[in-house]
Design a protein around this ligand. Structure first.
Ligand code: DC
Length: 226
């Protein structure tokens, strides 16, 4: 049986996890799994159905009506489907971030999505990014990386991304949103954001994309003996 390699990348929002992980997965020919997109899909359902995302009972009651699917298009890019409808673009709307963070705090939501995430690592070599991949989803991952950067550096990057998407927002608002989400994601009881004991810490504050990518690739090659 071929041994599948699993790489877990966790860290706060805006640290560059998804862009870096996507690029490295293409180079290593691993499957890239963006788990934040899965929580965003549940958050999007709550938003479109006027469900209070903080109401644990209401969100839990809605789960049987929600079918979340992660598919890959012809170019190998991840697309999210909610009850058969492609919601890949919609889940990136700025208002969905807070909804995703709120629904992700409920243990019922995390349990609902756990097997789906683990199944990818059983059948493929993966680079999976999120908040609890190294601590909960793939505790036996071959490589664990905790990727972070200062809140200001992350807010700057997020501002550029939002501008490119045509939905610009002021820096102070983006920074405040990031700091709130950091706090919420790391202070919840269920699978809070934290560095796994055996994760390598990479702070990309002073690094550009190429430098961050090279540093990550070195860690992966060394740890996974590639
Ligand atoms: O990575 P992102 O910003 O797209 O994630 C959206 C939210 O989903 C984030 O605020 C916290 C939650 N999340 C999580 O709780 N666990 C994960 N593995 C990934 C994301």
């Amino acid at each position: 049986m071929t041994k599948h390699i699993s790489v877990a990348i966790d860290g706060p929002s805006g640290a560059g996890k998804s862009t870096l992980a996507k690029s490295l997965a293409a180079e290593l020919q691993f499957l890239y799994v963006d788990t934040g997109a899965i929580y965003r899909t549940i958050g999007y359902y709550a938003w479109t159905h006027h469900i209070d995302p903080k109401d644990a009972a209401a969100v839990k009651a809605a789960l049987p009506e929600i079918q979340v699917e992660l598919r890959y298009d012809g170019e190998g890019l991840q697309r999210m489907y909610l009850n058969g409808e492609d919601v890949t673009a919609e889940i990136r709307l700025p208002q969905i971030s807070a909804y995703a963070s709120a629904v992700s705090a409920h243990p019922a939501v995390r349990a609902f999505l756990l097997d789906m995430q683990r199944a990818f690592a059983r059948t493929s070599s993966v680079i999976m990014d999120g908040r609890d991949i190294g601590t909960v989803v793939l505790p036996d991952a071959d490589v664990k990386i905790y990727l972070t950067a200062s809140p200001e550096a992350r807010a700057e990057r997020r501002c550029r991304e939002l501008e490119q998407r045509g939905t610009p927002e002021p820096f102070v608002k983006v920074l405040a949103d990031i700091e709130k989400r950091d706090w919420d994601d790391s202070h919840r009881a269920a699978a809070p954001l934290r560095q796994a004991e055996d994760a390598v810490l990479l702070d990309t504050t002073g690094l550009d994309f190429d430098q961050s990518r090279a540093a990550l690739l070195d860690i992966i090659r060394e740890r996974a003996c590639l």
